[in-house]
Design a binder for this molecule. Structure first.
Ligand SMILES: O=C(O)c1cc(=O)[nH]c(=O)n1[C@@H]1O[C@H](COP(=O)(O)O)[C@@H](O)[C@H]1O
Length: 267
C-alpha cells in the first residue's frame, strides 16, 4: 500500500486506527474454543466487526508463534483474511545479519504478503537494509518504544544526543518516507514534539493507547503532520473489550469510539 493510498484511506474513513490482533488463546471467549481454529475464528469476527472503523490490522506474531504450527496456520489465515483495502502489519520485531534479515523480509513480505513489518535497529544498517530493498513495502523501525525499559537504552545519551534520536536521524537516511516508518510509544508524550521535529515527514506507528495508558489526544495534537502521519494501534482495549459472546459487538463499539475521537483531531 502506497503512502498516498494510506493517507486517502485515513481521510475517507476519518480514522487512523490500527486494530492489534494480539490474540491470546487464554483470553478469547470460551464458546470459541470448540471451533476448528479458535484463534482464526476470533480474528475473523473482530475483523468483520471493526473494518469500517480502522485502516489496518497489526498481527503480533508472538501470540501465534507461541502455539507452534496451529498458531502459524492461524496467522497465515488471518493475514489472508484482512481485506486488501487495509494496511497489514506484521509486528515481528525482526533484524539480524544481512542474509538472515533477507529471509525475514521474504517470509513476511512475500510468503505472508504483509504490507509492513516492525524491525529492531540494534544491529544496524545491514540488518535493516534487506527490508528496505522492498520499495513497495513498509519497514517500521523501533524508535522510542512505549515500555518502561525504553529508559535503559533509548533514552540514554549517545554522544551529544539520545540514543533514540540517533536511531531516528540515522535510519531516516537509509530509506525514504514512502517506505520507512517509526514506532513511537503513546506513553512518551514529553518527546513527541522533538520526535516530529527530527522526522517531520514520516509516518509513526503508535502503540500504547488503551491498556498501556497513553493518550490519543497528546500524540494527535503534538505529532500529527499535514499527511496525518500517525497510525495508532490499540490491541487489548479493542479485542478484549468483552470476554463474552458479545466480544465482536463490544470491539466494534470501542473501535468506533476511537474513530470518532480521531475524526475530531484530523486537520
Ligand atoms: O512495535 C510495536 O507494535 C510495539 C512497540 C512498543 O513500543 N510498544 C508496544 O506495545 N508495541 C506493541 O503494540 C501492542 C500494544 O498492545 P496493547 O497495549 O494491548 O494495545 C503490542 O502488540 C505490543 O507488542
Amino acid at each position: 500500500m502506497t503512502r498516498q493510498q494510506l493517507v486517502e484511506q485515513i481521510r475517507t474513513k476519518k480514522s487512523y486506527l490500527i486494530v492489534g490482533l494480539d490474540t491470546d488463546i487464554t483470553k478469547i471467549p470460551k464458546h470459541l474454543l470448540s471451533t476448528a481454529d479458535p484463534i482464526f475464528e476470533f480474528n475473523k469476527q473482530i475483523i468483520d466487526a471493526t473494518r469500517d472503523h480502522c485502516v489496518g490490522y497489526k498481527i503480533n506474531t508472538a501470540f501465534y508463534e507461541a502455539l507452534g504450527i496451529p498458531g502459524w496456520g492461524a496467522m497465515e489465515k488471518t493475514a489472508a483474511y484482512i481485506p486488501s483495502t487495509h494496511f497489514k502489519i506484521a509486528d515481528a520485531k525482526r533484524g539480524d545479519i544481512g542474509n538472515t534479515s533477507s529471509q525475514y523480509a521474504k517470509a513476511f513480505f512475500e510468503t505472508l504478503q504483509f504490507d509492513a513489518i516492525t524491525v529492531a535497529p540494534y544491529m544496524g544498517s545491514d540488518s535493516i537494509l534487506p527490508f528496505l530493498e522492498y520499495k513497495d513495502k513498509w519497514t517500521i523501525v523501533l524508535g522510542l518504544t512505549s515500555n518502561t525499559g525504553a529508559r535503559d537504552f533509548e533514552l540514554q545519551k549517545a554522544g551529544d544526543e539520545l540514543l533514540y534520536e540517533k536511531v531516528l536521524r540515522t535510519t531516516a537516511q537509509w530509506g525514504t518516507a514512502d517506505q520507512l516508518m517509526f514506532v513511537v510509544g503513546a506513553t512518551q508524550a514529553s518527546e513527541f514534539t522533538n520526535i516530529r521535529a527530527i522526522t517531520p515527514n514520516h509516518f509513526y506507528l503508535v502503540p500504547g493507547v488503551g491498556a498501556q495508558g497513553g493518550s490519543l489526544k497528546d500524540i494527535s495534537e503534538k505529532a500529527m503532520n499535514k499527511e496525518v502521519g500517525l497510525l495508532v494501534n490499540a490491541s487489548r482495549a479493542v479485542i478484549y473489550a468483552s470476554g463474552g459472546e458479545d466480544f465482536a459487538v463490544k470491539a466494534k463499539q470501542i473501535a468506533a469510539a476511537y474513530q470518532q475521537e480521531m475524526a475530531g483531531y484530523l486537520k
